[in-house]
Write a protein that binds this ligand. Structure first.
Ligand SMILES: CC(=O)CC(=O)SCCNC(=O)CCNC(=O)[C@H](O)C(C)(C)COP(=O)(O)OP(=O)(O)OC[C@H]1O[C@@H](n2cnc3c(N)ncnc32)[C@H](O)[C@@H]1OP(=O)(O)O
Length: 453
């Protein structure tokens, strides 16, 4: 029995800051960001958008575009690392919004839950749904990944920001891709990138906020957490390399093959925090798994690093990148990081590119290298199915990204600091954040959403 992705939809933030604009404002060489990291645009949420909005829009498009019968959906599992509540999952918001739109009690027997493990939570949700459909082949499951990759202003993560959601229908006899049974995992508990809670004393709250009525009712301390992570960029790259290498070679062992594994993959889809992360991180695996490689782990660190640099600049590696990795990078350059959705956007970018260039890929095997900080990697593979083009017909990925609205630097900073109160683009045919019911909208309260025609 084949199990995999039968349909896909996405909702990416509709406004962006061009990377050269950011580079100029931050006094960074734009060539470093564009040619070194592959960045072109950085998407960010409008005033009326948050992660529930992106998830609900992607899910609504999936249901409408593919005429999905909701009585067949047994699970909606969400992958996210941008949760807005420590108790109520995003999937619980999604259920109520879908029932508002598609009819009361249409999903009341559906199991919903959120998965969090940094950027790999969406892959964890999907693997779980694949196992479920394997046991229950007449049932279907939906995976929604939704995140806002927000970093501190002036930090090294600032130019990798992005926001949006991807929704996947997981079913037996899928039209797009069927996954194999070999899944390799590598895990290690590290602090490369994380979002800790911190205790804020009442005395830390000053200015207008301290004069508001809600302030008197506060406990002496409150727990808050920032959307932006604490991270060490270069160390996170090292953890990414270590975990993906371990998972890749464990995959090779599980496959019990002496062949170079990536040779059998037409395309390689990796977690992309920015477009060129995959190509920068994969050169080691590329050399170590090549039968004629001279790279050995026994050398001194600097010798080893220099050899890796040499390999990544070789003609053979550049050709390998352009053949196997480039199609997945195209959307990432125009969006930025989607955290849990990045690997699935990489898959969508690849197949949308082959669709637009009229390349027949059915029967091709794609390799996947997922990564989540903290840290975990999973390596698996899937085979493109006969009807992949049919399932992609209404997706229009690159046409949609083309229409993204450019904002200036001042608007970007106001949105980032939550000082912009008027939407940049008027919403149409989509969910929006309607209101937060609390005395101070910045702190606590129930969030309500509505559909705008
Ligand atoms: C967060 C997740 O989603 C999970 C993960 O994947 S963790 C792994 C990734 N980590 C992150 O994304 C954390 C947030 N990001 C960051 O901290 C940083 O953006 C980063 C660590 C990813 C990159 O750091 P940086 O200091 O800006 O860049 P740096 O590592 O020096 O690389 C710049 C590249 O541009 C190249 N470059 C510099 N100037 C250039 C120029 N003028 N022209 C062309 N290329 C240039 C450099 O040679 C280098 O490329 P190579 O190493 O391939 O040669």
């Amino acid at each position: 029995m084949k199990i995999g992705i039968d349909a896909v939809a996405f909702d990416v933030a509709k406004i962006h800051l061009p990377i050269p604009t950011l580079a100029k404002a931050r006094n960074i060489d734009p060539e470093k960001l564009q040619k070194g990291l592959g960045l072109e645009k950085m998407t960010l949420p409008d005033v009326h958008q948050d992660v529930v909005v992106f998830g609900a829009n992607a899910l609504t498009k999936l249901i409408q575009n593919y005429n999905i019968d909701l009585s067949k959906i047994a699970r909606i599992y969400v992958g996210t690392e941008s949760s807005i509540d420590s108790s109520k999952p995003i999937s619980s918001f999604l259920i109520s919004l879908m029932e508002q739109k598609f009819g009361e009690n249409t999903l009341s027997n559906c199991d919903v839950v959120d998965f969090t493990f940094a950027c790999i939570g969406g892959v964890d949700a999907m693997q779980n749904c694949i196992d479920f459909v394997t046991l229950n082949p007449t049932k279907k499951a939906i995976v929604v990944t939704t995140d806002y990759a927000k970093y501190d202003l002036n930090s090294s993560g600032e130019y990798t920001q992005g926001a949006g959601a991807v929704a996947l229908l997981i079913a037996s006899n899928p039209r797009i891709i069927a996954f194999g049974n070999t899944w390799a995992t590598s895990t290690k508990g590290v602090f490369d990138f994380f979002k800790p809670y911190r205790t804020l004393a009442k005395t830390d709250i000053t200015g207008n906020d301290a004069n508001e009525a809600w302030f008197d009712n506060l406990e002496s301390e409150i727990e808050i957490h920032k959307d932006q992570p604490v991270f060490d960029g270069q160390y996170s790259n090292q953890c990414y390399m270590d975990r993906t290498r371990d998972a890749y070679f464990s995959f090779k062992k599980l496959k019990n093959t002496s062949q170079t594994v990536y040779e059998s993959w037409t395309s390689i889809v990796m977690h992309l925090p920015y477009a060129y992360q995959g190509r920068r991180m994969l050169s080691e695996i590329y050399a170590l798994d090549a039968s004629n490689s001279t790279l050995s782990g026994a050398e001194e660190t600097t010798v080893y690093q220099n050899k890796l640099k040499e390999i990544s600049k070789s003609e053979a590696y550049i050709e390998f990148v352009s053949k196997k990795l480039k199609p997945a990078e195209l959307a990432s350059s125009l969006i930025g990081n989607l955290y849990t959705g990045s690997i699935f956007m990489g898959l969508l970018s690849t197949i949308a590119h082959f669709y637009d260039t009229k390349k027949e890929i059915s029967g091709s095997v794609f390799g996947f290298l997922a990564y989540g900080s903290g840290s975990k990697s999973k390596v698996f593979e899937g085979t493109i199915q006969q009807d992949w083009q049919l399932a992609l017909k209404d997706v229009s990925l690159f046409e949609t990204l083309e229409k993204s609205f450019e904002i200036d630097f001042e608007t970007y900073e106001k949105l980032h600091k939550k000082e912009q109160h008027q939407s940049v683009c008027s919403p149409k045919n989509e969910w929006i954040l309607d209101r937060i019911e609390s005395e101070n909208p910045n702190l606590l309260g129930a969030r309500y959403y509505k559909w705008v025609d």
